[in-house]
Design a protein around this ligand. Structure first.
Ligand code: GLN
Length: 356
């Protein structure tokens, strides 16, 4: 490991603008954001400084910056890679992800760090599924959703249409599958993720973890410390999370969000009785301008609309670079059923060799 990379504070953000070190610039156009929260990792790989980087992906923080910077970014199945040593943001969603410039490097790294770890009881004991070379892509059925592609503007939609046309031309079985419920994913995610964050971050109080501001008593010390050292976005999330967990609101928000999470999960998992792999956009647009969304949290949160549902379900997904839109990279998100990363890898390699 050669370095630590820049990122949004506590991995909360979609543009790497919530960093004490300042924003990370997009390597293709410095006026644009790198994506986030793992923007530094994505750019370090895209610019060739390093070959492979790690990041954490709670709702898209590896896949989204990978798409914005034109590299590969994997978020494996929840519980596939150990989180020992990772600072927790939203524990039921957090996964370690991998960035690289090709499929092979992702697979090799996955093989090196994936699997059971006695230090993380959430890790699965199932064997790693990465022997992708044995899979014949002609035996895979690839699902996509016109309903979702219709949500994109025409410039953005075109590369996905060409990808599907290319697959048809190559005799790959493709299937249009109606997927809905994604509109519920962002509000559901921002209730569950902030609730878990407010609990996880309570340890940063100046006594157990983190820097300290002195106070007249313990309460004063906590208040001064947390007010001074947490950034604006982190404070916003702690307040939101504390609110949705408070008595009186717990049933109305948190409990309801858990139920909707279950619905989204069931809906997405059922897709895999019709196909082996699902192609989704990674992001609704290419990289946006710095400062463009920083004062509009809702707009910023919506940039994760296609990655967040997969995280809520705990499914594996990888963003792979396809064509460019207005001179900027975009990604296609390949999603498979639990622990079927090998399907993702084999298809990613096929697209890498034949399409791009
Ligand atoms: N952009 C999302 C958020 O701010 C996802 C972050 C992440 O995956 N760490 O919560």
């Amino acid at each position: 490991i050669v370095a630590k990379t820049n990122m949004d504070e506590f991995a909360m953000g979609s543009s790497n603008e919530h960093s004490i070190f300042g924003p990370v610039s997009n390597p293709i156009d410095a006026r644009k954001v790198s994506g986030g929260s793992s923007g530094g990792s994505a750019v370090a790989v895209a610019s060739g400084v390093i070959d492979i980087a790690l990041g954490s992906d709670t709702g898209g923080s590896v896949r989204q910056p990978a798409a914005f910077c034109g590299v590969y970014g994997l978020k494996p199945t929840y519980g596939r890679i150990s989180r020992y040593g990772l600072t927790a943001f939203a524990s039921s969603l957090d996964q370690i992800g991998i960035f690289s410039r090709n499929t092979n490097d992702i697979v090799n790294m996955f093989q090196a760090i994936g699997g059971h770890d006695t230090h993380d009881s959430n890790t699965s004991k199932l064997p790693l599924n990465c022997d992708y070379a044995k899979i014949n892509t002609n035996n895979l059925t690839i699902g996509y959703s016109n309903h979702l592609f219709n949500k994109l503007n025409p410039d953005m939609r075109k590369p996905y249409d060409s990808l599907i046309d290319f697959l048809k031309l190559n005799n790959i079985k493709v299937k249009n599958i109606d997927i809905d419920l994604l509109d519920l994913a962002i509000p559901t995610y921002y209730i569950i993720a902030t609730a878990e964050a407010s609990s996880n971050l309570s340890r940063f109080d100046g006594i157990r973890y983190g820097q300290k501001q002195h106070g007249h008593n313990v309460h004063d010390l906590f208040t001064k410390t947390r007010s001074k050292f947490f950034g604006e976005e982190v404070k916003r999330r702690i307040m939101l999370g504390t609110y949705v967990l408070s008595s009186g609101y717990y049933d109305a928000y948190y409990k309801k969000a858990l139920k909707i999470r279950k619905m989204i999960t069931n809906n997405l998992v059922s897709v895999f009785s019709d196909c082996d792999l699902l192609i989704l956009p990674t992001t609704p647009t290419p990289a946006f301008n710095k400062q463009e969304k920083i004062n509009d949290s809702l707009e910023m949160y919506l940039s994760d609309i296609f990655t967040v549902p997969i995280s809520l379900a705990g499914l594996p997904a990888m963003s792979i670079p396809i064509e460019q839109v207005n001179g900027l990279p975009i990604g296609a998100q390949l999603c498979a059923n639990y622990f079927h990363e090998n399907n993702i890898f084999s298809f990613s390699k096929f697209i890498e060799d034949k399409f791009t």
